[in-house]
Structure formats: C-alpha cells, structure tokens
Design a binder for this molecule. Structure first.
Ligand code: FAD
Length: 310
C-alpha cells in the first residue's frame, strides 16, 4: 500500500484501551482502524489469570483479549497487526501515521500504546532472556531459571513457573528488600524450590555457543560476585511507557507518560490518549477500558464538530 488511506479515527495500539475505543468508535459509525505493532491484546496477553475484570471472576488473560478482539471484529473495525510505524504527524486537520506499508490519515487519533518491560542491561546478550512466564515458561519445564526483580510480578510469575514444573528458581532483587506482598514471598520461599537474594544484581550472563549456561551475580554492597547455573532468565523490573513515536510532539511527565485532560485530550486538537500510556495512579484493565471509552466519545464529538465524517 503506497497511497494515503483516510479514516475518521486512527487508534495506535490494540490493548484493552485501544480495542475499547474501537468498539465505541465503530458503534458511533466512525471509520476506524487499529494499528498494532505486535498482536492485539497488549500486556494482558502475558497475564496468567485476570481476577478483577467484572463479569469474569477468573479468566486467562489471552482468553479475555480474544473476547475483546472478537467484539472488535464483529463491528468490522479494520486492524493492522505487526505494522512498523516510521513516524507520526499530529498537527493539522489530519493526523498521519506513516508505516512501512503506507500512510494512514485520521481526522482524530487515539494514542493507546501502553508500556513495555524494562530490559535487563548486561554486557552479554542472550536469546534465553524473557519477560513473560506464560508465553515462554514452558520451554524451561524441568530446568532452572533466574528471576530478576522483587515485586509482585516477579513472585507471582515465579509461583506460576513452579506450578508448570520448572525445577528451581533463583530470584534476585537489587534493593535490600523485596516489594511483593509478604504472603506471596512466604509461599514462594516455603516450597523448597526457590532461593532469593536481596542487594544482588545480574552483572553478566554466561553464554556458550548461543546457549545460556549461567549468570554472574554481584552483591551491591560488598561487590562480591558469584555464579549461578541457569537455563533461562525471566526479567520483571517494571515497565517503561511506549512514547518513542510522539515524545517530541507532546508534553510528557518526567517519567514519560501523557497527562491528558478529563476528556483524554492531549492539548493538540483531535489527539487523545488512553490506558497505561497516561499518567495515573492505577493501571488496570478496567481503567484502560474507561480511558478508551472517554477518548473515543471525545474523538467522536471532536470529529463531528469539524464536519465531514467519512
Ligand atoms: C505482569 C502484569 C500483570 C497484570 N495483571 C493485571 C490484572 O490481573 N488485572 C488488571 O486489570 N490489570 C493487570 N495488569 C495491568 C494491565 O495489563 C494494563 O493496565 C492494561 O493492559 C493496559 O492496557 P493498554 O491498552 O493501555 O496497554 P497495553 O496492554 O500495554 O497495550 C498497548 C498496545 O499497544 C501496542 N503498541 C505499543 N507501541 C506501539 C506503536 N508504536 N504502534 C502500535 N502499537 C503499539 C502494544 O503492542 C500493545 O498491544 C497487569 C500488568 C502487568 C505488567
């Protein structure tokens, strides 16, 4: 596709926020497209069990996102997955998204690009470093893994990995204490298959012929190093906002998040934001869905106020 395609609304990101916005936009008869750099579903695809989304007391994250997607598809919203976006042009009456495939122009745009995991910084890279136990844990059944991070995600994902048959977990936290709930810490360390080290960071990975053999650990206070034999590494160090495409065009918080108005407007006419990319105290599926709703309804109001709906 080389020509420019025109839409009422372009939504960047197909997580809970983006897909909810698409549902509202389609029902408002706006010609809408979701542009997604990966597959739709976002962070929830990597969540083993969601237990706080109303109407499903417990549901696998990927199953929930399949239901979102089926709803979007039933309304015949266009979705382009795995598109490589070169740049955004947010000024002017049409917001342009320039991709490797061509240009998508929208009378309004919703930025719903969410967050991505903070990477592990080591001199030696390895293919056996992962950020999602549900996605990649099965490859390590019967093997030993290193978990990096001491928050709820690190502990929850460790418990999940033991439940699927991972042999042993070494968990390291750079700070002097863990941040996960006490009960979760106790569950992990009482099972006899996990050891934890605080004030410890990963100094390097030991890789031979492209295969991970172990990790070099360093005590942050004493500087002492030791090695641990592991077949895989799972990193849970938190998340960074996905703001690369628009960080030079919008005013962001110090942490790189968008601070929208009550209508999810960003300050640029026709540009709205929704979900985890927004500066807010609670990042959950329900709050992303709420933002997506408000952003779509605000975009609809804006587009109609400009006339010329496609
Ligand atoms: C480990 C973990 C467990 C969690 N568990 C729960 C839970 O149990 N319950 C709950 O309510 N919440 C949970 N959350 C929070 C929840 O996942 C998020 O709040 C929610 O996914 C945010 O939705 P979103 O649409 O804003 O962003 P995301 O889900 O991050 O989706 C953003 C989408 O945008 C895409 N994207 C990024 N950059 C671009 C780009 N440049 N162009 C196009 N597309 C792009 C991404 O690929 C992604 O699909 C959890 C989060 C984590 C990290």
């Amino acid at each position: 596709m080389n020509e420019e395609r025109i839409y009422d609304l372009v939504i960047l990101g197909g997580g809970p926020a983006g897909m909810t916005a698409a549902i509202y936009a389609a029902r408002a008869k706006l010609k809408t497209i979701i542009l997604e750099s990966n597959i739709t579903g976002g962070l929830v695809n990597a969540t083993y069990t969601v237990e706080n989304f109303p109407s499903y007391p417990s549901i696998h994250g990927m199953d929930l996102m399949e239901k979102f997607r089926a709803h979007v598809d039933s309304l015949e919203v266009e979705v382009e997955e795995v598109c490589d976006i070169d740049r955004l042009e947010l000024g002017g009456p049409f917001k342009r998204v320039v991709t490797d495939e061509g240009t998508y122009a929208g009378r309004a745009i919703i930025l719903a690009t969410g967050r991505k995991p903070i990477p592990l910084a080591t001199p030696t890279p390895s293919e056996q470093v992962h950020w999602c136990a549900i996605c990649d844990g099965m490859a390590y059944v019967g093997k030993r893994v290193l978990v990096v991070g001491g928050g709820n995600s690190a502990f929850d994902e460790s418990l999940y990995m033991l439940s699927i048959g991972i042999e042993h977990i070494t968990l390291v936290e750079e700070m002097p204490r863990y941040f996960a709930a006490q009960a979760t810490q106790e569950r992990l360390f009482s099972c006899g298959k996990a050891v934890g080290h605080t004030s410890t960071k990963v100094a390097d990975l030991i890789v031979e012929n492209d295969v991970l053999k172990g990790a070099v650990l360093k005590h942050t206070e004493s500087g002492d190093t030791s090695t641990v034999e592991v077949d895989g590494v799972f990193v849970f160090l938190g998340q960074h906002p996905n703001n690369e495409l628009f960080k030079d065009q919008l005013e962001l918080t110090e942490q790189g998040y968008i601070r929208p108005g009550q209508d999810m407007g960003t300050g640029i006419p026709g540009v709205y934001s929704a979900g985890d990319i927004n500066d807010k105290p609670f990042r959950q599926i329900t709050t992303a869905v709420s933002d997506g709703t408000i952003a779509a309804l605000s975009a609809e109001r804006y587009i109609r106020s400009q006339g010329n709906v496609c």
